[in-house]
Design a protein around this ligand. Sequence first.
Ligand code: NAP
Length: 313
Amino acid sequence: MANLDTLRYTKFPLNNGSVAIPALGFGTLIPDPVATRVATKAALEAGFRLLDTSERYRTENEVGEAMQEVFKEGKIKREDVVVVTKLWNNNHRPERVKPAFEASLKKLRLDFIDLYLIHTPFAFQPGEEQDPRDANGKVIYDKAATLLDTWRALEALVDEGKCKAIGLSDVSLEQVKGIVEAARIKPAVVHVESHPYLPEWELLNYCKSNGIVLQAFAALGHSSVPKLLDDPVITTIARRVNKTSAQVLLAWAIQRGTALLTTSKTPDRIKENFDVSAIPEDAMSEITEGITMRVRFNAVVETGIPGFIPRGK
Ligand SMILES: NC(=O)c1ccc[n+]([C@@H]2O[C@H](COP(=O)([O-])OP(=O)(O)OC[C@H]3O[C@@H](n4cnc5c(N)ncnc54)[C@H](OP(=O)(O)O)[C@@H]3O)[C@@H](O)[C@H]2O)c1
């Protein structure tokens, strides 16, 4: 019998009316360029209609190539896909925002971007170096550009029409509130690490009551240790509902009202991750109430320096 469950097609309308973004998003933080191109194509073919990249990931070029190949085949059109990219920390000065955005557009081979995010709230020394360091190896921050200054430059991009919506990434609740209060164009999306070990309920509730979509990255826990995919609450539910652990985690994220990003280099897993359907309410509360461990896997939110936190095996 055909699967009539529509969870995988869930979309969240953005508060500026530009587009409704698919809950299930495919992230392209994949170090190898060939693997990025292959995985991006496989993701589109499996049904994903949101692609996430960033100037920092250095995958915009490969994502652009993969999209062009798929669009040329004629089954999927540009307007079917929500493309998200992000401004990196060395480009926070307002005068650097438009050139950085235009460079992303060019690499992605697009004439507009659906959603442009400030990748982190940390401004680094302006210049070509993405990771500027002093003689002691310490990151050089830039005190001359506030998050609001950078936000105003993103608002100007929306005015020019090449960017449909804007948002924030790796921010705290206080930082989101600051921008919401001061902005002319409110953030449409807040993109942060979130999964059952880091549910971010307070931020999610704030976003929901202010018409902002929370997009959860590392929805499967990034395969880091402790391994969320092996958590006994998740594996027990997965056996009971006849799904994989990944499918249970992705369903939990959508059913609690977040969009999400997941990534895989493996075509079979990419298909598995799109093949998501609803889990019962008792499974939802077992995850929400039964998992009490709290782990942040990615440290970027503390310093602006990207990277998952290495842990012992
Ligand atoms: N704003 C930020 O600072 C920030 C930071 C991190 C990530 N992100 C975004 O979020 C995206 C997702 O983050 P993430 O990579 O941490 O996602 P994730 O989906 O939580 O973790 C990806 C890992 O899970 C494995 N995996 C995927 N599907 C699986 C499955 N069905 N069964 C078992 N293992 C599976 C992958 O391995 P294989 O590849 O070997 O299949 C990979 O090692 C990134 O690509 C990026 O776009 C943003």
